[in-house]
Design a protein around this ligand. Structure first.
Ligand SMILES: Nc1ncnc2c1ncn2[C@@H]1O[C@H](COP(=O)(O)OP(=O)(O)O)[C@@H](O)[C@H]1O
Ligand SMILES: O=P(O)(O)OC[C@H]1O[C@](O)(COP(=O)(O)O)[C@@H](O)[C@@H]1O
Length: 315
């Protein structure tokens, strides 16, 4: 049994290479390399499973090297049913500089899917929805997948009374928003893309978030890296600020935050508790190397250090 279904249309193997300083245009030699199963929905599933929540991971997987991902999910006890694609699962290169600490992501476009693959996924998704309370749709779409995919998945979820949480960018996000998911988690840059304007003040961020609430979305979580986040609902806007940390790798921070939102909703937590936990989860993950994600114990400990402010009544 599972409560949460996570969709990763474009899974990845995250390869983190550590160097002192990256010298563009030169031969760089890595000091340490680590590989983690990645892709946004898969990371959400990894966090939730660690937090004792049963989860099913779905999407497409490239069979040439997808074993690395599915074996890791098996080891973690995460249920999975992916539509196999006769192709290579992308390898996303994360360059972790240590002096000073800085991460450069080089995400690949991923494999190509065709109409048959899309049809097979929709059929599988429809079946897997039957057992879920929540569905998480997150990350980029592979080449060939229609931009409407998240929109259509949200419509299907709503017909089955499953709460949809969306984390995407660009056109798939815009179209997904049109179907009015329960929750969205854009980072500030993604929200700028949605409204087509620079959001360089808190006021502008909140105005943009308000547009999403006005459509009928119930939880709008706008994340802003080391500055923390805002959780906006119809009645409250809560600003959360994390402590200063040594950020080894923010990869997976947004996914950890999404996992905490889902967990908080499943447990019926207050908006304040959810906001605190979500920011804590992202912060703990940012402090870890590679795509190592936040444990429950670390997140609870961090949540005590999150500064929380009620910004205004957003109603
Ligand atoms: N350098 C950092 N220091 C502290 N917390 C961080 C840092 N980077 C990310 N986080 C935490 O993770 C959350 C999500 O990170 P963010 O980078 O905004 O999301 P995304 O990965 O989706 O772009 C932030 O709101 C914050 O709580
Ligand atoms: O699907 P996209 O947008 O290319 O993102 C994939 C990448 O995002 C990650 O899921 C991390 O995402 P976040 O840092 O936003 O949490 C990586 O594991 C993966 O390489």
């Amino acid at each position: 049994m599972y409560e949460v279904l996570t969709v990763t249309c474009n899974p990845a193997i995250d390869q983190t290479v550590e160097v002192d300083v990256l010298r563009p245009g030169e031969v760089n030699r890595g000091q340490k390399v680590r590989m983690d199963p990645g892709g946004k929905g898969i990371n959400v599933a990894r966090v939730l499973k660690g937090w004792q929540t049963d989860v099913m991971a779905t999407g497409w997987i490239g069979t040439a090297n997808g074993d690395f991902v599915v074996n890791a999910l098996d080891r973690m006890g995460i249920l999975h049913q992916f539509v196999p694609v006769d192709a290579v699962t992308r390898i996303n290169c994360k360059i972790a500089e240590t002096k000073p600490q800085r991460m450069t992501d080089l995400n690949a476009p991923g494999f190509q899917v065709d109409a048959k693959d899309v049809g097979a996924f929709i059929q599988l998704f429809d079946r897997l929805l039957d057992r879920a309370k929540v569905v998480v749709l997150s990350g980029s779409l592979p080449t060939g997948a229609p931009n409407e995919l998240y929109r259509d998945c949200i419509k299907m979820a709503k017909r089955k009374n499953v709460k949809a949480f969306l984390d995407a960018e660009g056109v798939p996000f815009k179209l997904g928003v049109d179907a009015v998911p329960f929750a969205v988690k854009p980072n500030r840059r993604e929200l700028e893309g949605y409204v087509g304007a620079l959001l360089d003040t808190e006021e502008k961020v909140l105005e943009a978030g308000r547009r999403l609430l006005d459509i009928g979305i119930r939880w709008v979580e706008v994340s802003d890296g080391a500055n923390g986040a805002w959780l906006m609902t119809e009645t409250k806007t809560i600003r959360t600020i994390p402590p200063r940390i040594e950020a080894k790798s923010p990869v997976g921070s947004g996914d950890s935050m999404m996992a905490a939102l889902v967990w908080g909703w499943l447990q019926g937590k207050s908006e304040e508790e959810v906001a605190r936990l979500a920011t804590a989860a992202g912060t703990v993950t940012a402090a870890h190397a590679g795509t190592e994600l936040c444990s429950w114990e670390e997140t609870v400990a961090m949540s005590r250090q999150i500064h929380l402010e009620r910004v205004s009544c957003s109603g």
